[in-house]
Design a protein around this ligand. Structure first.
Ligand code: NAP
Ligand code: ZN
Length: 350
């Protein structure tokens, strides 16, 4: 297959630092859109993958799946985009398109498995996918989102993964006026969960391990914020919450949070701790509670989320960085030293 050489940032092994490299992207196919990457967010999933936390990382890896750009070329059959349009890609760049889950708009659960925007087998080119830490991106227009003209386009990039990952379960579990929703872990996902749940009309209570985030959570819009080591403050919420979005990236005790649920409530895990989590039987049988999970969202729902965030003026609190800062950014992300998302200005890759 014809390919194009593209400048990118990636690495060949766990121990290496990310560095400049050249990758081959497929030449545009009839249904493909090519765009220049303007901004790319840094998600904790990028960190898990470059550390090979889940096993199976494909080398070389070019991370980045919160990708915003401007269209530079379109294939002959493309209907929805033209050169010069804003465009965006999140986690999904292909799926079978005909299984019942694809037909239901939950491509993320495709029977044949989705192709992710990076670190995934590319069924079209036969190679593997490279993410948005690069000058251009190419994929089928079905998976390209129409990016609203956010005033701060860079700060909107994190919506493509962090935003949809919390929007989808907030909607599914019914964040709305009269509902008390907990948000556990205030990082990239968590801080957007606070903003989106508030915009949906819910009452939002934040649970954090970081004292400095207790105050900041209120600035983000939370109604209450609790330091999770403060047992007395935690007790106040026993049996009070309708559901909790759990964004924690490392092993933690979920039973503490199951105790905060009302009967029929759920702790919804979106964080991806590499280790298994333990659940005590009495923490779920008592109160008919559930421990559940959610994974990103479908393409139509991602578009709905972008339009919702545009309407409600929601973007990520972002620290915009140049590409040569990316290794330091990952070190800081690992230490929890980010308020609340790094976004790379890809113009810095020259
Ligand atoms: P992040 O910015 O690093 O935020 C994670 C937050 O979790 C931290 O800010 C911290 O919040 C809390 N935390 C971290 N380590 C902890 C520990 N040992 N114990 C308790 N709390 C801890 O990460 P992110 O980008 O938001 O991603 C969060 C997780 O979601 C990652 O595992 C990522 O891979 C996953 N993810 C999943 C999906 C999906 O579709 N399911 C999509 C995107 C990301 P506090 O300081 O407030 O305690
Ligand atoms: Zn992500």
């Amino acid at each position: 297959m014809e390919t194009k050489q593209v400048k990118a940032y990636g690495k060949e092994s766990v121990t290496q630092a990310l560095h400049e490299m050249t990758i081959s992207r497929r030449a545009i196919q009839p249904h493909d859109v090519e765009f220049e990457v303007l901004y790319c967010g840094i998600c904790h999933s990028d960190l898990h993958q470059i550390k090979n936390d889940f096993g199976g990382t494909m080398w070389p890896i070019v991370p980045g799946h919160e990708i915003v750009g401007r269209v530079t070329a379109v294939g002959g059959h493309v209907k929805g985009f033209k050169v010069g349009d804003l465009a965006a890609v999140g986690c999904i760049v292909d799926s079978c398109g005909h299984c019942e889950y694809c037909e239901d708009g939950i491509e993320q659960f495709c029977d044949e498995g989705v192709t992710f925007s990076f670190n995934s087998e590319d069924k079209v080119s036969g190679g593997h996918t490279f993410g948005g830490f690069s000058k251009t991106y190419v994929c089928n227009e079905k998976y390209v989102l129409k990016m609203p003209s956010f005033e701060n386009l860079a700060a909107a990039a994190p919506l493509l993964c962090a935003g949809i990952t919390v929007y989808s379960p907030l909607k599914h579990w019914g964040a709305a006026p009269g509902k008390k929703v907990g948000v556990l872990g205030i990082g990239g996902l968590g801080h957007l969960a606070v903003k989106i749940a508030k915009a949906m009309g819910a009452e939002v209570i934040v649970f954090t391990t970081s004292p400095n985030k207790v105050e900041d959570a209120k600035r983000l819009g939370a109604d209450e914020a609790v330091l999770s080591s403060d047992a007395e403050a935690m007790n106040k919420y026993n049996r009070r919450l309708h559901f909790i979005i759990d964004t924690v990236s490392a092993k933690h005790d979920v039973n503490t949070y199951l105790n905060l649920l009302r009967p029929d409530g759920s702790v919804v895990l979106v964080g991806l701790p590499p280790e298994a989590l333990e659940i005590g039987a009495f923490n779920v049988v008592s109160g008919r509670k559930s421990f559940s999970g959610s994974n990103i969202g479908g393409i139509a729902e991602t578009q709905e989320m972008l339009d919702f965030c545009f309407k409600h003026n929601i973007v990520a609190e972002s620290e915009i960085i140049n590409i040569d800062y990316v290794n330091t950014a990952f070190e800081r992300l690992e230490k929890g030293d980010v308020h609340y998302r790094f976004v790379i200005d890809m113009a810095s890759l020259v």
